[in-house]
Design a protein around this ligand. Structure first.
Ligand SMILES: [Fe+2]
Ligand SMILES: [Fe+2]
Length: 350
């Protein structure tokens, strides 16, 4: 179990962990000063670092969130990756290649961040391919045309920006720092998507219809990416009190809608929500309610492509076994050589 025996953790033994901020493991850290120091660090908007003492609930919540985030980046390579061989030009192929590779990099930063909490990367991958750990619901939808590449960049990477920019101020240092670079790359992803759609909208009627069709299919699933409404998201309040998460699901969803509506107008597409309108009083857009039963179905494994996405990840993992074995053998050989050289050096010194 990765959560147990984590490095740098001074733990209490047993006891309750109801997850309230301020509760240490068993509500009794070896030294009450540790809890006090942790609380003061959070209250002062400072960062918790891997060597610092932290409550078990904080560590477990972070491992779960970072692992789900990492899995989403890696599974998220699939819907668009399928279009690399079918890109309409060399330029589009190079852009898409770069984007999909970036997502792999995001996954790797995040698995590394989880490792600083004592998680084991191989164990997290096992959990993903055995269906015991989740990833973002959005990647279980199919990509029907090249316009989907543009709409994913615009909506899905746009939603990722709304979610991740506040995470640059997350209370856990390694997670927050990983987000800084990730957000810069997400911004490129969003722009390439929007630019592709702009190009298609200047094209033929058929191209414009492809864009509108992709917008119609991806709009509601994109709104669902922010998670259930605040009232049905019991863990959110705890994550916000720990400053892991800085805004509620509904607030982030609202920001996404407010950001996207003027972009849709400029592009010349219609967002498929008859209730969408500007609310002068609130200074924000009103919008309809996503089908939460659909989100429930997709996150519980019954989305259009859940089985295929996980199966593909499992095959890729199994196909890569020889690479991991070779890398491990190479690292052992290098370490043995370095040890031998050090011993010889000592021998010379004597
Ligand atoms: Fe990403
Ligand atoms: Fe991205």
């Amino acid at each position: 179990m990765p959560v147990e025996g984590s490095p740098g953790a001074a733990r209490g033994s047993g006891g309750r962990d109801d997850g309230r901020p301020g509760d240490g493991p068993g509500a009794a850290p070896a030294d009450p000063l540790l809890q006090e120091r942790f609380d003061a660090t959070i209250a002062g908007n400072q960062r918790i670092e891997p060597r610092d003492w932290m409550p078990d609930g904080y560590r477990k919540t972070l491992i779960r969130q970072i692992a789900q985030h990492a899995h989403s980046e890696i599974i998220g390579m699939q819907p668009e990756g399928e279009w690399i061989t079918r890109a309409p030009s060399l330029r589009r192929k190079a852009i898409l290649f770069a984007k999909v590779q970036d997502e792999a990099g995001h996954g790797l930063y995040l698995y590394s961040a989880a490792e600083t909490l004592g998680a084991d990367r191989a164990d997290l991958t096992e959990r993903l391919i055995e269906g015991r750990q989740k990833y973002s619901s959005i990647f279980n939808y199919p990509t029907a045309s090249y316009a989907d590449v543009g709409v994913i960049g615009w909506f899905v990477d746009g939603a990722a920006i709304c979610n991740q920019v506040p995470l640059c101020r997350s209370s856990y240092g390694p997670y927050a720092r990983a987000m800084v670079r990730v957000c810069k790359e997400e911004s490129f992803h969003q722009r390439q998507g929007y630019e592709l759609l702009m190009t298609m909208m200047r094209g033929t009627d058929a191209q414009r219809a492809m864009v509108q069709d992709a917008v119609d299919r991806w709009w509601w699933p994109s709104l669902m990416m922010f998670g259930p409404p605040d009232g049905d998201s019991p863990n959110s309040a705890r994550s916000m009190a720990w400053k892991i998460k800085r805004h509620s699901n509904d607030e982030l969803r609202q920001r996404f809608v407010d950001m996207t509506v003027p972009q849709a107008e400029r592009l010349g597409v219609v967002l498929p929500d008859p209730e969408l309108r500007w609310n002068e009083e609130r200074g924000r857009h009103d919008f309809g309610t996503p089908d939460w039963s659909e989100l429930q179905r997709v996150i519980s494994g019954d989305g259009p492509l859940n089985t295929e996405r996980v199966a593909r990840r499992r095959t890729a993992h199994e196909d890569g076994a020889w690479v991991r074995e070779a890398a491990t053998a190479h690292a052992a050989k290098q370490a043995a050589r370095a040890g031998q050289a050090a011993r010889e050096q000592e021998g010379v010194g004597v």
